[in-house]
Design a protein around this ligand. Structure first.
Ligand SMILES: [Zn+2]
Ligand SMILES: [Zn+2]
Length: 118
C-alpha cells in the first residue's frame, strides 16, 4: 500500500506547498465558517451582491434595501406596511398617491380667482 501510494504522495508534495494537517484542518474550518456566514447574508435585489441585514441602501447600486419606521426609527423590510416594534403604520405608495391627489385638488380650489369678487 505505502509503496504503491508513494509516487502519488511525492507528486502531491511537489505540486502543492507543504502544509501541516493542523493548518489544513484550521483552514477548512475557517472556509466553512466563512461560507456559512456568506449564505446567511441577504442578496441585494438590484445587483445581487451580498448585503448586511442592517443596511438601508446597497453601497454598490444604491438600491433601497430597508426602510425605517418614522416613529421609532427601527429598520423595517420594504414590504412591511406596519412597524413590528411600535405598531405605527408605514406610509405606503397608495397612501402617498392619495395624499398627492388630495393635494392637487386643494391646489385647484385655491387657484380659483379671488379678486373677481372684490
Ligand atoms: Zn446592489
Ligand atoms: Zn416603529
Amino acid at each position: 500500500m505505502a509503496v504503491l501510494n508513494l509516487p502519488g504522495v511525492l507528486v502531491y508534495l511537489i505540486l502543492r506547498p507543504p502544509r501541516t494537517l493542523e493548518e489544513e484542518y484550521q483552514r477548512t474550518l475557517e472556509e466553512e465558517a466563512l461560507l456559512q456566514a456568506l449564505e446567511d447574508l441577504p442578496l441585494c435585489p438590484g445587483c445581487e451582491r451580498r448585503v448586511k441585514e442592517d443596511w438601508q441602501i446597497c453601497p454598490n447600486c444604491h438600491t433601497k434595501l430597508k426602510k425605517t419606521c418614522h416613529n421609532c426609527s427601527k429598520l423595517m423590510e420594504l414590504p412591511w406596511n406596519i412597524c413590528p416594534y411600535c405598531g405605527t403604520p408605514a406610509p405606503g405608495m397608495r397612501l402617498e398617491a392619495t395624499s398627492l391627489d388630495d393635494a392637487l385638488k386643494g391646489i385647484k380650489v385655491t387657484e380659483e380667482p379671488e379678486g373677481s369678487n372684490n
